[in-house]
Write a protein that binds this ligand. Structure first.
Ligand SMILES: Nc1ncnc2c1ncn2[C@@H]1O[C@H](COP(=O)(O)OP(=O)(O)O)[C@@H](O)[C@H]1O
Ligand SMILES: [Mg+2]
Length: 421
């Protein structure tokens, strides 16, 4: 399934944020514009399918600290700078909402705080207030498949009536992990498994003590681990069952004249790189940070088992600028098999990715503390193309900008409606 929009509300600087997505997306923006927040919001969304959203929020310092810290409403006078930014009292319940729309399904979740009168130790525990799964690209009351309100989970039957799936789901459990079963809620099961497959790479280690530098016991490894420890096994797996030609090409593209092989002694695997001008191959332990990191990216991106969604946070870290155009080609190649979101602030990488016909550029900017998608250059043209492709509407009416906003915003607002505190 391809995701067509991502919506986040009430999370750090993402007060009410909707971005359209395509096959390949590059998220950029100046420092503090909200790139990392967007990456983390995506991770949180993925955690729901693992049953970890509440603990992840706690690890980030709790719901209170991740909530949008600005005023509930930003008046026009505040926007024009005629009026200082001030908060009135809260009129709406505390709410952190995350969701996405895809061509087959959409999902959204609303987290809040317990009602007044909750025993003190758990007063600050976030609660899941509402979750919705809908079918097709557009969220409408008629497309809702599974609807959770507090402890009550209902699923729509084929005849259109509702089955109660659970009446006592606890506030800290997601319906995704507790109520997905192949008989009553096959869509939820499907969606959960898909989200569980989303792959995030952030901060692959290449320091002197990095696990990727040590020989490792090699086993069949179609997916590079997050610490890169299984680099040699992942490279060998690509050679055996994956696209060995692409592997060789990607290495030659970045390091002309170089070759990579996996040295094996018994079960121990070690990456070796034969470089132009050297008499012996260098072991992983001897490679420069940048070279090793590039090999890690090759192993991650040429995976023989691509995920539905691949999210890369600042993949440019510690790479020489010369390596950024080859990295962009590698990412573009990966986007043929997986939907890709790249968060980056490296111009050469961004520029190279933008050359790709499927690339959607999402430029973030911050106005009055709030992250928005910048209009104009970069953001605008791909958006127009996206509109033409009509992902958001089931009918054949030509979709308008309003439809795109509606899909994401509906996801946000539908969740906030009818919430009993
Ligand atoms: N709870 C919050 N409410 C509003 N803004 C926040 C909150 N927490 C952090 N921010 C702001 O969000 C901005 C975005 O940060 P970040 O995502 O790290 O930006 P980037 O990765 O683009 O440099 C920062 O400028 C920070 O001040
Ligand atoms: Mg950042």
């Amino acid at each position: 399934m391809i995701l067509s929009a991502l919506a986040v509300a009430g999370y750090r600087s993402l007060r009410e944020f909707v971005a359209p997505l395509r096959q390949l997306n590059v998220v950029t923006g100046s420092n503090g514009s909200g790139k990392s927040s967007l990456y983390r919001a995506l991770r949180l969304l993925a955690e729901t399918a693992q049953g970890r959203v509440i603990t992840s929020l706690a690890r980030e310092g709790g719901l209170q600290s991740t909530l949008w810290a600005g005023p509930e409403r930003i008046s026009r006078a505040m926007q024009r700078g005629e009026h200082p930014v001030q908060g009135g009292g809260r009129t709406r319940p505390v709410s952190l909402r995350l969701g996405f729309a895809g061509d087959q399904f959409g999902y959204a979740i609303d987290l809040g705080l317990p009602p007044v009168g909750t025993p003190v130790p758990f007063l600050h525990d976030p609660e899941i207030k509402r979750e919705v799964i809908w079918s097709g690209p557009v969220l409408r009351p008629s497309t809702i498949l599974v609807d959770r309100r507090g402890p009550l989970v209902r699923a729509r039957r084929d005849d259109g009536d509702w089955d109660v799936v659970s009446q006592q789901l606890s506030t800290f459990d997601s319906m995704m992990t507790q109520c997905a079963d192949p008989r009553n809620t096959p869509e939820m099961l499907l969606l959960r498994e898909e989200i569980r497959g989303w792959r995030f790479y952030d901060q692959l280690r290449t320091d002197a003590a990095a696990p990727a530098r040590m020989p490792q016991i090699g086993t069949y490894t179609p997916v590079l681990g997050h610490d890169g420890a299984d680099l040699a096994a992942a490279v060998q797996t690509i050679i055996e069952i994956g696209d060995g030609v692409a592997l060789a090409e990607s290495i030659a593209d970045a390091f002309p004249g170089a070759r990579v092989a996996v040295a094996r002694s018994d079960a121990w695997f070690e990456v070796e790189m034969q470089q132009h001008g050297l008499l012996r191959p260098l072991k992983a332990a001897e490679l420069s940070d940048g070279t090793l990191r590039y090999l890690l990216w090759i192993a991650a991106l040429l995976t023989p088992r691509p995920p539905e969604l691949l999210v890369l946070n600042e993949p440019e870290t510690s790479l020489h600028p010369d390596l950024l155009p080859p990295l962009a080609r590698l990412i573009a190649r990966a986007s043929a098999g997986a939907q890709v979101i790249v968060v980056s602030h490296a111009e050469p990488l961004i520029d190279a990715l933008r050359q790709h016909p499927e690339c959607q550029s999402i430029v973030l900017e911050k106005t009055l503390g709030e992250t928005r998608v910048a209009d104009g250059q970069g953001g605008h043209k791909p958006l127009a193309r996206h509109l033409e492709r009509g992902k958001f509407l089931a009918g054949n009416r030509r979709p308008q900008q309003a439809d795109i906003d509606a899909t994401g915003e509906q996801a946000l607002h539908l969740l906030a409606r009818n919430r009993r505190e």
